[in-house]
Design a protein around this ligand. Structure first.
Ligand code: ADP
Ligand code: MG
Ligand code: MG
Length: 254
């Protein structure tokens, strides 16, 4: 059983105004096959948590640790994290000029596995995943995210998720800006990845809508850089009714 453990994580960034504390003691443990929804208001630090797991250099870890099956993730390079089985679907996926979707996927797969995937099986797998995600074949030869619509970028993230088969994935607001049809297609992709590989998931979202399609085992309410409350799926329903106001009224004990 794989497990990703985040322990008492404190993270800051350097801004023009000086050091800004963002994460203030995050504790969260995800077992293989579990889906954890992290919900919270804008600016509460959700993306910071995602970037810190992925190893973005801008985010400075003050203290705490992230363990993947007991191994310290924080000392790993971004590449090592991917090879260890971590994946981040970004809130704002970046364009990669000059690199086609197919080349990107094959390069990433090769880097993660340590050898190139056998060409025929690989091409078939890519085609199938693209068809499942209702991505037109022409996307394969287009540059990554260049001129993609918001929804197309999100599908492309899930395409990577399906093909790279990580142990744990962080999806940062993959649902934002998607219409209902795209939301269903993306959710089906995530559920397929989970069924096929036993993926553990940290699903960051602002809205409860996606949780109708991807059913969480646990829901965490994220406020002011830490988890203010946790529960089961019923907590998401309560948030839908009550919003975050109740949590925002809490004193900010940094
Ligand atoms: P969320 O994803 O929950 O909306 P973020 O993690 O994006 O929150 O941001 C949390 C807080 O940290 C915000 O106040 C944001 O402005 C600030 N922040 C995040 N990244 C940076 C950065 N690179 N430089 C300066 N401030 C940042
Ligand atoms: Mg603290
Ligand atoms: Mg965010």
């Amino acid at each position: 059983m794989s497990v990703l453990e985040i322990k008492d994580l404190h993270v800051s960034v350097e801004t023009d105004q000086g050091t800004k504390q963002i994460l203030r003691g995050v504790d969260l443990s995800i077992q293989e096959g579990e889906i954890h929804a992290v919900m919270g208001p804008n600016g509460s630090g959700k993306s910071t948590l995602a970037y810190t797991i992925a190893g973005h250099p801008k985010y400075h870890v003050e203290s705490g640790s992230i363990l993947l099956d007991g191994a310290e993730v924080l000392t790993m390079s971004v590449d090592e994290r991917a090879r260890a089985g971590l994946f981040l679907a970004m809130q704002y996926p970046v364009e990669i000029p000059g690199v086609s979707v197919t080349n990107f996927l094959r390069t990433a797969k090769t880097a993660i596995e340590g050898e190139a995937p056998p060409i025929r099986g690989w091409i078939k797998e890519v085609r199938e995943s693209m068809a499942n995600l209702r991505m037109d074949k022409s996307f394969a030869e287009r540059n990554v995210n260049e001129g993609f619509s918001g929804g197309e970028k999100k599908r492309n993230e899930i395409l990577q998720l399906e093909l790279l088969k990580p142990k744990f994935a962080v999806l940062d607001e993959t649902d934002s800006g998607l219409d209902v049809d795209a939301l269903k297609i993306v959710s089906e992709g995530v559920n397929r990845a989970k069924a096929n590989t036993g993926l553990g998931l940290l699903l960051i979202t602002h809205y409860t809508r996606i949780l109708r399609y991807i059913e969480p085992d646990f829901v965490h309410v994220f406020v002011n850089g830490r988890i203010a409350e946790q529960g089961g799926p019923e907590l998401a329903d309560r948030l839908e009714d009550e919003g975050y106001d109740r949590f925002l009224a809490l004193p900010n004990v940094g």
